[in-house]
Design a protein around this ligand. Structure first.
Ligand code: ASP
Length: 439
C-alpha cells in the first residue's frame, strides 16, 4: 500500500476553517497516515503566528515580567480552533505545565516548540490518530546538532508500532531531555525525517501556494508553475532566494530517494511541484526557473603574471576565510581574479581585508564594486543545449542591462549572472521572456 507523509504549514492550520480543509485532504486518501503539523500561522496578513507569540511571551517571562496576558492570547488561538472543530478537548493541563516551565525559564526552544506540540494534540484528536511527541523521536546530540541516524532508528521503531500518527514539526530533544528546535520553518525538516523513517512513497508538503514558480511573481507577472524539479535544481534556486521549502528539508528524503510534492491546501486539485532525484520528464521550457539575490560586492584583484604564481588563489581566499567571510563566486581571468561576497558580511571588515590582501599577494591593484546582484538561471534542460548563453546575453544587451560577471558551472545546470542592483528586476524579466513564451 502507498504511504504518504503529509506536512501542513502554519497558514494551512491557522483557523478551524483551515483545519477543516486539512481534514478533508487527509480523509480524501487512505495513504495519508502520518501527519506533521506546524503551529497555527497567520489568519490574515497582519496577524501574528503562534510561534512568534510564544517567543514574545517567553521573552516577557525571562525579563521577569508578568506573561499571563500573552499566554492567554495563545490559549485563545487554540480554543478558537477547538471550538470551531466541535471538539471536546481541553488544553488546560498543558497550559498549566507551560506556565510552570516558562516561570522556571525552560528555554526559548522549549517555548517556541509548544506551538507545534499543542497543534499536534488538537490535530490528533480531530483525526483520531495517535499523538507522538516529537521530543521522543527526533534526537539532537548533546551539542544541539541534529542526530540523523539515531533519529532514523528511534523513529522508525516507534512508528512501526502505529497505523496512523500525528508528529508535531519543528522540534526534538537532546539526550538530557531538553527541547531543541530546528531553525524557523523547520517543520518542513520534520516532515522529511518522518518520510525517511517510514520509507514513505511520497512526502507531501502542503502550503499556501501551488508549488514553485519559474520566477518571483513580484517581478514577473503570472510566472509559470514548475511541475517537476530535481533536488539539485531546487538547491540552486532556493539558495538564490526562492523560498517555499526549508533548505534542509531535502536531505533526509534524498537519502531514500523519496519525492517531495509541494501542494496547496487552498487549491487541493492543483498538482503542485514534484521535487525528485532525477527525471526524464523534459522541462517544458529550456530553463526550470530564475531566481536572484541583491547585495553583493565584487573585489577584483589584478597582478601581472598572476597566472603563473602558484598558490595565488589560495592566499586570496585564505584572507577571506581568516575574516570569517564566505565567498559566493570567483570568476578569474589571466592576470585578474574577482571574489564575490555578501555586502553585509564584508562592509565592516573592508579595510582590514584589503590590507591583508595587499600583504598576502602584493597585487598591482584592487578594485571594489558594491550594490551588485546575482541572478541564477537554472535548468537541467540547459545541458547539451547550445545557444542558451548566447540568447540570454543578446537579450540582456538589447534590454541595455550591463552584465558584470558570468559564471557557468561545469554541471551546465545553471548560469549565474552578476548585474548592478538597479538592473536586477530587468535582468530577470528579460531572461524569463527569452525562455517562456507569453500566452
Ligand atoms: N512554527 C515554526 C515557525 O514559525 C516552524 C514551522 O512553521 O515550520 O518557524
Amino acid at each position: 500500500m502507498m504511504i504518504k507523509v503529509v506536512k501542513f504549514g502554519g497558514s494551512s492550520l491557522a483557523s478551524a476553517e483551515q483545519f477543516k480543509k486539512v481534514g478533508n485532504i487527509i480523509r480524501a486518501e487512505e495513504s495519508r497516515k502520518f501527519v506533521v503539523p506546524s503551529a497555527p500561522g497567520k489568519r490574515f496578513s497582519d496577524d501574528t503566528k503562534v510561534t512568534d507569540m510564544l517567543y514574545k511571551c517567553y521573552a516577557e517571562a525571562s525579563e521577569g515580567k508578568n506573561f499571563d496576558k500573552s499566554l492567554k492570547a495563545i490559549k485563545e488561538r487554540y480554543n478558537e480552533i477547538i471550538k470551531g472543530l466541535g471538539l471536546k478537548l481541553s488544553l488546560d493541563e498543558q497550559f498549566e505545565t507551560i506556565k510552570k516551565q516558562f516561570s522556571v525559564l525552560a528555554g526559548e526552544d522549549y517555548a517556541a516548540s509548544r506551538g507545534e506540540y499543542l497543534n499536534g494534540i488538537v490535530m490528533a484528536e480531530y483525526l483520531g490518530y495517535e499523538f507522538v511527541d516529537a521530543a521522543t523521536v527526533i534526537c539532537f546530540d548533546a551539542n544541539g546538532e541534529f542526530d540523523s541516524e539515531k533519529t532514523n532508528k528511534v523513529m522508525s521503531e516507534r512508528l512501526s508500532k502505529v497505523e496512523s500518527a500525528v508528529i508535531p514539526g519543528f522540534y526534538g530533544a537532546m539526550p538530557n531531555g531538553k527541547v531543541k528546535t530546528f531553525s524557523r520553518g523547520g517543520s518542513d525538516v520534520t516532515g522529511s525525517i518522518v518520510a525517511r523513517a517510514i520509507k514513505a512513497n511520497v512526502y507531501e508538503n502542503w502550503t499556501d501556494v501551488s508549488g514553485f514558480l519559474a520566477a518571483d511573481p513580484r517581478i514577473v507577472k503570472n510566472p509559470k508553475p514548475i511541475t517537476v524539479i530535481t533536488y539539485k535544481e531546487l538547491r540552486e534556486l532556493s539558495y538564490m532566494g526562492a523560498s517555499v521549502l526549508h533548505e534542509s528539508a531535502i536531505f533526509p528524503v534524498r537519502k531514500e530517494g523519496i519525492p517531495i510534492n509541494i501542494r496547496n491546501t487552498n487549491a487541493p486539485d492543483d498538482k503542485g511541484t514534484m521535487i525528485v532525484e532525477t527525471t526524464c520528464h523534459t522541462p517544458e521550457y529550456t530553463i526550470t526557473g530564475i531566481a536572484g539575490k541583491k547585495g553583493f560586492v565584487s573585489i577584483s584583484i589584478d597582478k601581472d603574471m598572476m597566472n603563473s604564481e602558484i598558490g595565488f588563489g589560495r592566499k586570496v581566499l585564505q584572507v577571506f576565510e581568516d575574516n570569517g567571510i564566505s565567498f559566493e563566486h570567483m570568476p578569474s581571468g589571466i592576470d585578474t581574479m574577482t571574489v564575490f561576497v555578501h555586502q553585509d558580511e564584508f562592509v565592516e571588515k573592508e579595510q582590514k581585508v584589503l590590507a591583508e590582501l595587499h600583504r598576502a599577494v602584493h597585487p598591482d591593484s584592487i578594485e571594489l564594486e558594491s550594490d551588485l546582484s546575482l541572478v541564477a538561471v537554472v535548468g537541467r534542460g540547459m545541458r547539451n543545449n547550445s545557444g542558451i548563453a548566447g540568447n540570454i546575453f543578446s537579450a540582456l544587451a538589447k534590454a541595455k542591462v550591463n552584465v558584470k560577471m558570468i559564471d557557468q558551472g561545469s554541471s551546465e545546470l545553471n548560469i549565474i549572472i552578476g548585474v548592478r542592483n538597479k538592473y536586477f528586476e530587468d535582468a530577470i524579466k528579460t531572461i524569463y521572456s527569452v525562455f517562456v513564451p507569453e500566452d
